[in-house]
Design a binder for this molecule. Structure first.
Ligand code: NI
Length: 135
């Protein structure tokens, strides 16, 4: 394990301490490690287009929205090679929540997520992606 010293302006240090407390980190090192990992993962996703990733895409949609449920199902069948599994929850009379596990080429996962999130009637779409490459 490597050790290094970081200097922070007082204001940034204060914000960081409050971030650590809010997130429940036991110490600064663990928080810094997570921040670095997150940034490196994001960087890898952006700079290595052939990389493989697993993704979890979650979104809420209004199932009364004209044709939307069928369009979403079409999307999943059209990409059955990367769409591994879907959890569907009927939130209330109108809204459904779906969480989809995706696995494949990073840009394919991103494109699938963009295609779902941009559908009219899909709300609060968010993709979480993790590179398959060993760290
Ligand atoms: Ni439903």
């Amino acid at each position: 394990m490597e050790r290094f010293t970081v200097s922070l302006e007082d204001e940034l240090a204060e914000e960081f301490e409050s971030f650590i407390a809010r997130k429940g980190y036991k110490n600064r090192s663990e928080a810094i490690r997570d921040l670095i990992r997150g940034k490196l993962n994001q960087e890898r996703v952006e700079t290595e287009p052939d990389s493989e990733s697993v993704g979890c895409l979650s979104y809420v949609y209004d199932h009364h929205e004209r044709d939307l449920a069928r369009r979403l199902t079409d999307q999943h069948h059209g990409h059955h090679d990367i769409s591994l599994s879907t959890l569907h929850v009927h939130l209330n009379h109108d809204r459904c929540l779906e969480s989809v596990v995706l696995k494949g080429k990073t840009p394919d996962i991103q494109a699938f997520a963009d295609g779902v999130i941009s559908q009219p009637g899909v709300l609060h779409g968010r993709l979480f992606m993790v590179p398959m490459k060993e760290e």
